[in-house]
Design a binder for this molecule. Structure first.
Ligand code: TYD
Length: 136
């Protein structure tokens, strides 16, 4: 898997004096049907999340509040994406190693996922990930 499919997607934004609203519709605003959403919050300073790849799961990550970095790695190269707005997010296709770090105080990450939680979909060993990358 390469970075070809990775992209920052700007979401619909309805500006309103009463407060703004943005939306994510699966298979419309993002390129997959949403099977699951989860969120990461109360991250202590200096902590990292992720540190794994998925064999099948695709994700869309939004910084609903605050900011953090998503580091993606295709086995050859690492790229850093900084997220800090609630109206855009990062589409992460399957098969990339990902780490989330540099969380600001009170940051809040929303993640839409294409599959139900399946621990067997995870690759936790970086060496195994690199090996699979070279085979595929
Ligand atoms: P994990 O995916 O390892 O978190 P991160 O990649 O952000 O570091 O998940 C942490 C824990 O939460 C793990 O024990 C499994 C559980 N979990 C679920 O039960 N369902 C889910 O959808 C997710 C994402 C995690």
């Amino acid at each position: 898997m390469s970075f070809d499919k990775v992209k920052i997607i700007t979401l619909p934004k309805f500006l309103d004096v009463r407060g703004n609203l943005s939306v994510i519709e699966g298979n419309k605003d993002i390129p997959f049907k949403i099977e699951r959403t989860y969120w990461i919050y109360d991250v202590p300073g200096g902590e990292k999340r992720g540190g794994h790849a998925y064999k099948n799961n695709e994700e869309f990550i939004v910084a609903l509040s605050g900011s953090f970095d998503v580091i993606l790695d295709d086995g050859y190269e690492r790229r850093t994406y900084s997220l800090n707005r609630s109206y855009y997010g990062l589409y992460v296709p399957r098969g990339l190693w990902r780490v989330m770090e540099n969380f600001s105080t009170n940051s809040f990450a929303l993640i839409a996922a294409s599959t139900k939680y399946d621990k067997d979909d995870y690759i936790y060993e970086y060496s195994e990930f690199v090996q699979r990358t070279k085979i595929n």
